[in-house]
Write a protein that binds this ligand. Structure first.
Ligand code: CO8
Length: 260
């Protein structure tokens, strides 16, 4: 069977290249989130691993975000398990002690954008067909406070206000100008640019970089850690509403229609 999370470890540098590999769109389903959590734990515990480059093995798509079908027409127990798994990935990635660079080689809406925002540095392929952003409101749903905080910490309050309210998806050039991503490179140079950038991060002694990272991100992480159960309850209550289910169904159908 093909692996859904491919990890290539460079033993010489201690840098792991992690590729999401769930065609067609790397949507974050419960099984994928569960596997990703195991992989991230292993890397975190590996004494030789210092850095993580996050990318996609699927052409033109970094990640389509959360799997819509995990949020549709399911019992509340499923919503609650799914949401706990989403929280877990954010806690692990945003709180990772590894230097983490996102090599964004395709579109990256919603949960896909969140994954990239967890990295320390984002490099995106400069292809005008790719888009990135937290577009939740366009689906009639609301990005939770910790999605908002992650964006806020990256781009500031005014850009967060505009982009979350509008559910805006940005081209690479726009994303760069808003500091949603840090650098654009031609698609063919993405991985070499990410590897080179990683070199810069690994020049800093790990302990100093890790303590600094934690100092900057700790209070944001605690925001969720202190109320995980309430956040799950809130999600389940919201997503199981008839009106929200209708919005999601409408959106899922519109994705299908675009193809016809
Ligand atoms: N989940 C499940 N299936 C998906 C998803 C998804 N997120 N995105 C696309 N698919 C499916 C499509 O339905 C399609 O299925 P099929 O082949 O059966 O028709 C297949 O994947 C391929 O999709 P496209 O034909 O659209 O592929 P393109 O290459 O043309 O486009 C895109 C790729 C740009 C990724 C496009 O599919 C897209 O825009 N997808 C939707 C992305 C999106 O809006 N995701 C939001 C998910 S919500 C989220 O992540 C955070 C939620 C926070 C919850 C808060 C609640 C309180």
């Amino acid at each position: 069977p093909t692996e859904s999370v491919i990890v290539e470890m460079d033993k010489a540098t201690g840098v792991a290249l992690l590729k999401l590999n769930i065609p067609p769109v790397n949507s974050l389903s419960l099984p994928l989130l569960t596997e990703l959590a195991i992989v991230l734990d292993k890397l975190e515990m590996d004494k030789h691993c210092r850095g993580l480059i996050l990318t996609s093995a699927v052409p033109n798509i970094f990640s389509a975000g959360l799997n819509l079908f995990d949020m549709m027409d399911k019992p509340n127990e499923h919503y609650s398990e799914f949401w706990r798994a989403v929280q877990e990935i954010w806690i692990k990635l945003y709180g990772s002690s590894l230097a983490n660079i996102a090599a964004i080689n395709g579109s990256s809406p919603a949960g896909g954008c969140l994954l990239a925002l967890c990295s320390d540095y984002r490099i995106m392929a400069n292809n005008p067909h790719f888009t990135i952003g937290l577009n939740e409101t366009r689906l009639g749903i609301v990005a939770p406070f910790w999605f908002k905080d992650t964006l806020l910490n990256t781009v500031g309050k005014r850009t967060t206000e505009i982009s979350l309210n509008l559910g805006a998806l940005y081209s690479p050039t726009e994303a760069l100008s808003l500091h949603l991503v840090d650098r654009l490179v031609p698609e063919t140079q993405l991985l070499s640019a990410a590897t080179e950038e990683m070199g810069r991060w690994l020049q800093v002694p790990d302990h100093a970089r890790q303590i600094t990272k934690s100092m900057i991100r700790k209070s944001t992480l605690e925001g969720l850690l202190n109320q995980r159960e309430a956040d799950i309850k809130n999600f389940v209550e919201f997503i199981s509403r008839d009106s929200i289910q209708k919005s999601l169904q409408f959106y899922a159908q519109s994705l299908q229609k675009q193809k016809q």
